[in-house]
Design a protein around this ligand. Structure first.
Ligand SMILES: Nc1nc2c(c(=O)[nH]1)N[C@H]1C(S)=C(S)[C@@H](COP(=O)(O)OP(=O)(O)OC[C@H]3O[C@@H](n4cnc5c(=O)[nH]c(N)nc54)[C@H](O)[C@@H]3O)O[C@H]1N2
Ligand SMILES: Nc1nc2c(c(=O)[nH]1)N[C@H]1C(S)=C(S)[C@@H](COP(=O)(O)OP(=O)(O)OC[C@H]3O[C@@H](n4cnc5c(=O)[nH]c(N)nc54)[C@H](O)[C@@H]3O)O[C@H]1N2
Ligand code: SF4
Ligand SMILES: [Mo]
Length: 698
């Protein structure tokens, strides 16, 4: 049979790079970067290339399961799809009759395909759609909203045209988005400077012009000193500031005491080197990008670190600038019509959100769209403001994504139905009542998605091969439930019915996706004019919205606590070879990196008698002494106050024979950490936890 090529979308992480899949005789022979996608250069990262190993992995759920023992006991009954969907729909209907439609909560990973799950939740009658983001980028999202009145994705990082990029708590070469990596490396070739502010020398740090190793948790002091220097030395863009920034006087008065000398005592970075860096940085303005961070669910003040990063970009005049952070365009900005939302198939539910996002006291400033899932979990337990009795975790593994698995499980005890929709086994799937196995991205279609940017586009995920096991696409699963629950508009038989509805009135037809897998809505990049959605229409240094919830826009810096004697702050991050916890059992990626190691400072290690690659035990300082064992990676390139490990290891499920027992799970070292969340930014503060380390004699 002739080789067939399908243009589709990678699903090995949430970045969703455009891919081309070559299939021979029904088998995937090659997956690579869609050659039509600018900036990708035909390449994928290692995880993208390992997609076929997921497809043919027999250690993923191959059929629906209904629990046969207690939750988490691991006793399952393999069932047909009809039985599984009948069961879930039956339970949902019962729960709706008993507790009302709002007692359903669904959380998903977020991203461009959420219109389907959001429509399902709304069609059922519940306002309680959440995404995973309070364990990820919620602080950045809310920071952007408080400064600009719009979310973080309304700004583009124009790395390709930048002349100086600052990565603060952003590991761009290991926490990968392939286009961003290519764009940054191209900019570097053209002379762009790179500055890295981190608690350890990560890969970008090894390539940086300026590398600052800061004391963990002191980034806010660092940024305030940068603002102080910019103002004191008049390095800001006067015209931009005059036209676009509100309450400059407040910022000036506030930043005055935070000199580089002040920051030096906090961060360990010398005042002189900070000044030199700021002067260089300002020379490149407005073609500068100070990255506001991505995974920022780290500290009590991470929200303010992101806010000040945005403020620095604004002072440089980089907001809206080519080579800075231009505004993202949607279809409407380039004279086209956007996709017709599936969400609009159903009326908005009357009840307010259970997590209080957008309406409850102290929570009015939060984005109500995807809410705050950790607070929704708390509502399951408390029943306040009303009970949640059914929960669908759709491509979401909260038991691995939030601190303290035991605490989360406890909050779920009152659930009468817990469903996991997933393509791999996960702790959440294992603890569910029903597992609905989703086809991998190579075996399923997704709804059409749109991507904003300088050149907005629509893109499509098409099925490259038939499902290897008895799994289904998400649209098939929700259409199956919709049929049983009488939700007519979603009860489709063919994905084309959804696609055609989405494309109605856009002037784009399905055949238009054939050539490249995506349809660009504008022929060339558009740098649109500035407009902010704040009450003043400007970039706001103060925020009435925060104030209404009793929160400050410019709070005083609070020095982070030092770890107790002989202990360390726990820090974590990503590596190039794995995605969160769900690729550790991938046969190819496992072979490349089977376990994580513990980065520990050389001087501290020596004092503890720990040598490079010694086995060590790392244990939570408070709350039950949870611990794990892994090898020590002894280096001088990490701050002595913390240890670091890659997230996602320490799996405990027998069904994942490769990943089982390899490395340590960072979220298990944070007892009580689930409840520590930021009232301003909304995210949990995972690096406010301490561990002890000791050598294990083998
Ligand atoms: N302690 C600690 N906690 C963390 C982090 C950390 O570094 N340390 N990182 C945080 C970050 S940045 C994030 S984003 C979250 C991530 O955590 P989650 O939001 O839970 O996301 P994932 O782990 O990517 O995927 C969750 C589950 O969905 C499944 N899945 C993934 N993609 C698909 C898909 O396309 N379809 C289907 N059906 N299933 C899919 C996976 O198999 C996995 O079981 O965790 C956060 N939690
Ligand atoms: N390969 C790969 N790529 C991914 C993912 C993946 O799992 N694997 N996940 C995707 C997702 S969901 C996300 S959210 C992004 C995350 O993207 P990033 O947030 O960039 O990734 P991380 O590696 O978690 O963290 C970035 C850096 O923060 C540093 N850091 C820790 N504490 C501090 C501190 O106190 N101050 C400073 N200045 N730095 C600190 C860490 O050492 C690390 O180098 O990556 C995405 N891309
Ligand atoms: S960054 Fe890698 S894993 Fe993520 S979508 Fe792109 S190729 Fe796939
Ligand atoms: Mo994330």
């Amino acid at each position: 049979m002739a080789r067939e090529r399908t243009y589709s979308v990678c699903g090995m992480c949430t970045v969703r790079c455009p891919i081309a899949v070559d299939v021979d005789d029904g088998k995937v022979v090659s997956v690579f970067g869609n050659p039509h996608a600018a900036g990708l250069k035909g390449s994928l990262c290692a995880r993208g290339a390992a997609g076929p190993a997921l497809l043919y992995d027999d250690e993923r759920p191959q059929t629906p399961f209904i629990r046969a023992g207690a939750r988490g006991e691991g006793k399952w009954r393999a069932v047909s799809w009809d039985e599984a969907l009948d069961y879930v729909a039956g339970k949902l209907a019962d729960i709706r009759a008993k507790h009302g439609p709002e007692s359903l909560l669904l959380s998903d990973r977020g991203g461009p395909f959420v219109d389907l799950t959001r429509a399902f939740v709304r069609g059922f009658g519940s306002p309680n759609y959440c995404n995973h983001d309070t364990a990820c980028a919620r602080n950045v999202q809310h920071a952007a909203q408080s400064v600009f009145g719009f979310g973080r994705k309304e700004l583009v990082y124009d790395l390709k045209n930048a002349r100086h990029v600052v990565l603060q708590s952003r590991n761009i070469l290991e926490a990968i988005n392939v286009k961003e990596v290519n764009d940054l490396m191209d900019a570097r070739d053209a002379g762009c400077k790179l500055t890295v502010v981190d608690i350890r020398a990560n890969v970008p740090g090894s390539k940086a012009d300026f590398f600052f190793m800061v004391r963990p948790g002191t980034d806010y002091a660092f940024n305030l000193a940068v603002i102080n220097t910019i103002l004191a030395e008049k390095l800001y863009d006067r015209k931009f500031v005059k036209e676009w920034i509100a309450d400059m006087d407040a910022l000036r008065a506030f930043a005055a005491p935070y000199t580089p000398e002040f920051a030096e005592k906090e961060t360990g970075v010398s005042a002189e080197s900070l000044r030199q860096f700021v002067r260089q940085f300002a020379k490149a303005a407005p073609q500068v990008v100070w990255h506001p961070g991505w995974m920022t669910a780290r500290y009590d003040d991470s929200f303010y670190v992101s806010r000040t990063a945005y403020i620095i970009n604004a002072l440089m005049g980089a907001i809206g600038a080519k080579g800075g952070l231009p505004l993202s365009c949607k279809a409407g900005d380039v004279g086209r019509k956007g996709l017709k939302p599936l969400l609009e198939l159903f009326p908005k539910p009357e009840k307010p959100r259970v997590d209080g996002a957008g309406w409850a006291e102290g929570r009015t400033h939060f984005d109500a769209g995807p809410g705050l899932v950790n607070l929704a979990f708390e509502a399951i337990e408390s029943g306040v403001p009303y009970p949640i009795r059914a929960y669908i975790a759709h491509r979401h593994d909260p038991l691995m994504a939030f601190p303290d698995q035991g605490a989360v499980k406890k909050l779920w005890e009152k659930l009468e139905l817990l469903v996991s929709v997933t393509f791999s086994w996960s702790d959440t799937a294992w603890n569910a009542d029903v597992v609905l196995p989703m086809s991998t991205y190579l075996e399923r279609e997704s709804i059409i998605a749109s991507k904003g940017g300088l050149k907005p586009q629509f893109f499509i995920r098409r099925r490259a091969v038939a499902p290897v096991y008895d799994t289904k696409a998400d649209w098939e699963i929700y259409a199956g439930l919709a049929k049983r629950l009488g939700m007519e508009p979603l009860a489709v038989d063919r994905v084309e019915q959804l696609w055609e509805r989405q494309l109605e009135g856009t002037g784009v037809g399905l055949a238009d996706f054939d050539a490249k897998g995506f349809v660009e809505l504008a022929p060339k990049p558009t740098y649109k004019g500035l407009a902010f959605k704040t009450p003043t229409g400007k970039i706001e240094m103060l925020s009435a919205k925060l104030l209404k919830d009793g929160l400050e826009a410019l709070p005083a810096y609070v020095s982070p606590a030092r770890p107790p004697r002989d202990a360390f702050r726990v820090a974590f991050g990503r590596c190039g070879l794995h995605t969160q916890g769900h690729t550790v059992n991938n046969p190819l990626l496992f072979e490349l990196m089977p376990e994580n190691v513990l980065w520990i400072n050389k001087t501290r290690a020596k004092a503890l008698g720990i040598g490079h690659m010694d086995m060590v035990e790392v244990a939570a300082v408070s709350g039950g002494g949870r611990s794990g064992q892994l090898r020590a990676f002894v280096t001088e390139f990490i701050h002595p106050e913390c240890v670091f490990m890659v997230h996602g290891f320490g799996h405990t499920l027998q069904v994942e024979s490769r990943a089982l027992g390899r490395g340590v799970s960072d979220n298990e070292l944070m007892p009580g950490g689930f409840g520590r969340w930021d009232k301003a930014g909304g995210a949990v503060a995972m690096q406010e936890n301490y561990v002890s380390v000791r050598r294990v004699d083998m």
